[in-house]
Design a protein around this ligand. Sequence first.
Ligand code: BT5
Length: 274
Amino acid sequence: MATPAAFQPLNARNIQRALSTKTFGRTLHVLEEVASTNTQAAALVQDGAPHGTVVVAESQTAGRGRLGRHWHSPSGKNLYCSVLLRTMPAREQQPLWLSWIPLTAALAVSRAVQVLTNLKPSVKWPNDILIGNRKLGGVLCESSGVGTAHVTVIVGIGLNVNIRQDEFPDELREIATSVAIESQRPCDRTALLAALLAELETRCESFLAGNHGDILEEYMLRCSTIGRRVRIELAHGEQMEGTAGSIRPDGALRIIRDDHTAVDIRAGDVIHLR
Ligand code: BT5
């Protein structure tokens, strides 16, 4: 009997057949094991890889989160991929786009999961994908050449697809989830990757066409941080508590503190308190 799609290994031919994109994934590297798809994509930048190149791996031995944190990347279960962005808006729009790319990627991932399942993941500012309070996926963007004519951004996406709860290590079991756990059925990773690339490409094009407001509006609607009591952990160990008010046009999170002053946060970890 044929193996159901959900359990088939990823391969370039099947992924490319499933693609509906113009550019994203048309140059595609599918690897069995890699240290980090972001590191692999960075090496391809040096070789002149085109805009929309995708690296996807069955497993990562040194998958990374932000600030050098570890990303749990067991083989054959989930999606670990990196998308190379080279097409940038005009110089003066670039800082805005660079701050919106991670948020846009989180939005694309959550929308792709919704398209293929009965689930509606939220985004936690800036770039976590959640179901309830559990983490379904995360985004790590790494840029180079900022301020020059050759800016590149690697959008790294980790998404838990078919991993079971008992397969997570102890430290993640209570805080992480997967598409299969939530929808109670396995999910076809090839179809999910193709949907994700389509959602990401559409939003990147939309931003570059000047429709920045549409992405902000969509993000606000999907963001479970808005209206929540939150603690922000800033660099250097500083902390702040307040209520998340809104997302600013530049992608910052506006916090209203208990003394009613507003602070815009551009980088930090957010903890949803209640
Ligand atoms: C992220 O970092 O959420 C970004 C993760 C990006 C991973 C992708 S995989 C493809 C590409 N190549 C890479 O090397 N990386 C990218 P951060 O917000 O810092 O969250 C990291 C934290 O999430 C960890 O400290 C754990 O608490 C938790 N975590 C680790 N692995 C997880 C997993 N598989 N599912 C859910 N949570 C996880």
